[in-house]
Design a protein. Structure first.
Ligand code: 13P
Ligand code: SF4
Length: 336
């Protein structure tokens, strides 16, 4: 059982360790400097697919949330520089606490993580006694500490299927992923009302119009997207799953419904295939959706972060130990 006082105290202490706002000399070769600092300081640079292409190209590993967690858990580098959002860096710290974990911009949050404030989530759990709490990795360390098992978009179905059929389940914070998993597993999940602002921005009418113009194209979508979009998708999966589908499927044209950063690695994998970003509501010109949080990390901030080894991501030990258990459960179930 979670000690709510400990969680409460720790959430107040979950402070940011400074935010760098230092001008960077334009003459500096940032790519060369980042490579030098990485080597000198024995840093592993982990990047999510939604990072800007230049950062992805400098990274030692580029992947989805599950792959990044696995890399963070097993690295023997002294420093983990996380080019992603805060919950991802926090997960790295929870898994590998002896490493210094740095994030170029501590304000790189996530709309899903923000949708679940610890106090409200605690009340939600208390209102559903006896439920197993399965939480999507896109949440804060305090929320993980209140959870029984963590999941990512690549293993959510497997995690839910691992729970005995007679056990009621809370699934949080992404209601769209939750609805998708209800359909896939037939389980009756109690959903938290959270969503990703990027994936909810895709416009189904524009997407269908686009598909009319490219009738041979396969629609590939992330499960954080809304049900009406997932219904018309030929493939639904995590960012790594989407890349693998585009690689193995014989089609030569794909409409990609996720954050536009993924197109960089996808295009490298299948340079001879046509990748069309799915259109979003607010943008008629570039037809792309960008995660403003992910894009807070810039090359300049990454350089400063490596130079000064700040800002550092810290997780109070009581919270870390509680959050570690459901993450380890996830990693264990994901092995098989
Ligand atoms: P993946 O784990 O599929 O990379 O998803 C992360 C994410 O934040 C999607 O919006
Ligand atoms: Fe969060 Fe959505 Fe950005 Fe992913 S794309 S980090 S879910 S806001």
């Amino acid at each position: 059982m979670v000690d709510h006082d400990v969680v409460e105290k720790a959430s107040q202490n979950l402070t940011e360790v400074g935010f760098l706002n230092i001008p960077v000399d334009k003459k500096i070769d940032l790519h060369a400097e980042i490579r030098r600092l990485k080597k000198e300081k024995n840093v592993v640079l982990l990047a999510h697919y939604y990072q800007q292409p230049e950062i992805q190209d400098l990274a030692d590993y580029v992947g989805d949330s599950l792959g990044l967690s696995q890399q963070a858990a097993q690295t023997d580098a002294d420093i983990i520089a996380f080019a992603g959002v805060h919950f991802m860096a926090e997960t790295a710290k929870i898994l590998n606490p002896s490493k210094k974990v740095i994030l170029p911009d501590l304000k790189a949050g996530c709309s899903l993580a923000e949708s679940a404030p610890p106090d409200l989530f605690r009340n939600f759990i208390e209102a559903h006694p006896g439920h197993i709490v399965v939480t999507y990795i896109n949440c804060s360390a305090e929320i993980k500490a209140m959870s029984d098992i963590i999941c990512t978009s690549s293993n959510a179905e497997k995690i839910i299927n691992s729970i005995p059929a007679d056990r009621p389940i809370i699934f949080a914070p992404d209601k769209n992923l939750g609805h998708y998993i209800i359909k896939k597993t037939g389980r009756n999940l109690v959903l938290w009302d959270g969503a990703c602002i990027v994936h909810e921005a895709f416009a189904i009418d524009k997407l269908l119009e686009l598909h009319k113009q490219h009738p041979q194209a396969k629609i590939v979508a992330h499960p954080e997207s809304e049900d009406h979009l997932l219904k018309v998708a030929h493939y639904v999966g995590s960012t790594t799953g989407m890349i693998n589908f585009v690689k193995r499927d014989p089609a030569t044209e794909f409409i990609i419904a996720t954050e536009a950063g993924i197109l960089h690695q996808m295009a490298k994998e299948v340079p001879y295939k046509s990748l069309i970003p799915a259109p979003s509501h607010e943008d008629n010109t570039c037809a792309c959706s960008e995660c403003a949080f992910m894009k807070m990390n810039t090359l300049e901030k990454l350089y400063l972060c490596l130079q000064y080894e700040k800002p550092e991501v810290v997780v109070p030990e009581e919270i870390r130990l509680k959050a570690l258990i459901p993450i380890q459960r996830m990693l264990e179930i994901s092995k098989g």
